[in-house]
Design a protein around this ligand. Structure first.
Ligand code: URA
Length: 249
């Protein structure tokens, strides 16, 4: 890692109130059994390669406090086109958090993540897969949020500087919730959480870590809505089953 990149990481952790960093020692507390091999990390995952202590001073902040700090955010250009900030939705004590890319038109209008077509698919995937697997779970039991909290114009992919500006709020949400696992939906979420540019096809189906929390990468529901992606749909159901069993068994 270059000195400049390292400086930016340290500055960024300092902004989060994090004072101590240390390299993670080899771990052996990954889930055992069928999936014991799964805590591999992508080769270029600088942020995930560091285990970060919780802030040393004070208690963990709440989602409401983080939302209040976000305020009527104008920290990046995305604020110019938004109707409203889309912070997150669901159980603040969720064992499972889904992270998407950024709000689309429906989310921007309603202020709730994943309520459009992709959102309806995600909700069905969560609830139907859980039911079929004998797990009692509703969308309202998990927490759903995005890497960026304002809708990018024409639903374009968020730019690197927009992700860099907004992702500390995502990280604070995750630190506040402390879920048992995170499911990264698509490449932008994978990149923000794992610091990798590797594509979803390569990353999916295996476990990584954000800090000490297991992360499963899978396809974004918008991708699954495209008609020719039958294989990807099947793979996404497989990924989701793995996550649900790990979290709720
Ligand atoms: N796509 C996302 O990534 N997030 C949403 O909230 C909706 C669609």
């Amino acid at each position: 890692m270059s000195r400049e990149l390292l400086r930016r990481y340290l500055e960024y952790f300092r902004d989060l109130g994090i004072r101590e960093l240390y390299r993670r020692p080899p771990r052996n507390d990954a889930p055992q059994g069928r999936d014991a091999r799964r805590f591999e990390e992508p080769s270029e995952a600088p942020a995930a390669a560091l285990l970060v202590h919780a802030p040393t001073e004070g208690r963990t902040e709440t989602l409401d406090e983080i939302r209040a700090d976000l305020g009527d955010c104008t920290r990046c250009r995305l604020h110019q086109g938004r109707t409203q900030i889309v912070f997150g939705d669901g159980n603040p004590k969720a064992k499972l958090v889904f992270v998407g890319e950024g709000p689309g038109a429906d989310e921007d209008a309603q202020g709730i993540p994943f309520v459009g077509r992709a959102g309806q698919l995600l909700t069905q995937m969560i609830e139907n897969t859980a039911r079929r697997e004998g797990i009692s779970l509703l969308r309202s039991d998990v927490y759903i949020c995005n890497v960026v909290k304002c809708r990018p114009p024409n639903n374009r992919t968020p730019e690197a500087d927009e992700i860099e500006t907004c992702s500390p709020f995502l990280f604070r949400q995750l630190a506040a919730i402390r879920p048992k696992a995170i499911c990264a939906l698509g490449a932008t979420a994978a990149r923000a959480l794992l610091g990798t540019r590797e594509g979803v096809t390569k990353l999916r189906g295996r476990w990584y870590r954000w800090r000490d929390i297991p992360v499963m990468v899978t396809y974004h529901p918008s991708y699954l809505l495209r008609p020719y992606n039958q294989n990807a749909k099947r793979e996404a159901w497989e990924d989701l089953k793995k996550v649900l069993h790990y979290v709720y068994d």
